[in-house]
Ligand binder design. Structure first.
Ligand SMILES: [Zn+2]
Length: 356
């Protein structure tokens, strides 16, 4: 069931209240358009499509006009008349189950029937609207075309419930590539409609064990290894640090300090592959083995579990280990005390990095 349903009691007027620019398909192309009452007056047949859920409907749709409904060019695209509707259907949008656009007098099956039949092997508007025939799945949208048209992306994308890690990660990796290619700063959060929770949205996160399975995917592993250990004659120093520090200013400052002390070294930063969600320690320990040195930092005064294991691995293999602290960089000969896996998880939850 889509997010739409929950707000159907709030009906507002058809034309959006405030003027806003959206991308509207009309006369053969999408164009950024201010949707005010004048535009609405001269284009009475306007279809609205929501990127996060992948459904199209009427601009008067209660769900589209609810206070909670997202309203910006990265969330909604519109289409004028039959031509606009056809464009939306070609992009992969399916009928909204709240406003049932397929029952609108303006809806023309003859205009879109050919496209729909080819795409979904259904032969009527009723079948097209039947979610058991054409289920909710925003993955089917032509994201490449949409993102490059609206230069934005929705904050959330609703996927079907019950996908496995590979299906989610595969879509995550493609949508990430698409938004990055267009310079969109924020990647959509992937999840599914969930009536049981606040906001009716549950994010897809990897469960324990799934990361290890992902890691077993040779493509992910090979790419991650190549990123961390490029083919260079430089010596390599592994920078072991806590995940919440990845990509932060603190990390940047630490990288500068390491670069100053270990001149001409290549710094192996595990944060460079966090996209792959490889959390299986053996992978990282294997990377440590390939390094000439290791340097670590504490997090809130303690050594996190993964960092501790990496230092232990280095010392075991005779790889010099160093601690970077406020007083500088000093070699350590003994493995410092470090948090257990459970304590590490508790710490990540405490600092808000992980959900309890
Ligand atoms: Zn609707």
């Amino acid at each position: 069931m889509p997010a739409e349903r929950v707000t159907s009691e709030r009906v507002e007027k058809s034309a959006p209240e405030r003027s806003k620019n959206y991308y509207v398909f009309s006369e053969g192309k999408f164009e950024e358009t201010e949707i005010n009452s004048a535009f609405f007056g001269s284009h009475p047949i306007l279809w609205s499509a929501r990127l996060s859920t992948g459904v199209f409907g009427l601009t008067s749709c209660p769900s589209g006009n609810s206070p909670r409904a997202p309203k910006n060019a990265g969330e909604v695209v519109l289409g004028v008349g039959d031509e606009g509707l056809t464009a939306l259907v070609k992009l992969g949008f399916i009928p909204c189950p709240v406003c049932n656009p397929e029952s609108s007098p303006h809806f023309s099956w003859s205009a879109i029937g050919g496209v729909v039949s080819t795409k979904y092997e259904v032969i009527s508007a009723a079948e097209f609207a039947d979610k058991t025939r054409v289920p909710f799945d925003a993955r089917r949208l032509n994201w490449e075309l949409i993102v490059s048209t609206v230069h934005g992306a929705p904050s959330r994308i609703y996927l079907p419930e019950g996908l496995d890690y590979k299906e989610v990660e595969s879509f995550r990796s493609s949508i990430r590539q698409i938004v990055r290619a267009d310079g969109v700063a924020k990647e959509p959060v992937l999840g599914y409609y969930d009536r049981k929770v606040d906001g009716h949205f549950t994010e897809y996160v990897l469960q324990n064990g799934e990361a290890a399975k992902l890691q077993a995917d040779p493509k992910f592993v090979a790419e991650a290894r190549a990123t961390l250990l490029p083919n260079t004659a430089q010596k390599k120093i592994y920078f072991a640090h806590a995940q919440p520090v990845y990509g932060t200013e603190e990390e940047r400052i630490n990288l500068v300090a390491i670069g100053q002390r270990f001149e001409n070294y290549f710094i192996v930063n595990p944060a460079a592959v966090k996209d792959y969600h490889i959390r299986d320690m053996d992978f990282y320990l294997g990377v440590v083995d390939e390094c000439d040195d290791i340097v670590f930092t504490r997090f809130h005064g303690v050594v996190m579990g993964g960092v501790g294991k990496e230092i232990e691995e280095a010392i075991k293999k005779g790889i010099p280990a160093h601690e970077l602290s406020e007083t500088g960089i000093a070699e350590v000969k003994k493995v410092p005390e470090y948090l257990s896996r459970e304590e590490t998880v508790a710490m990540l939850i405490k600092v808000g990095f992980r959900k309890a």
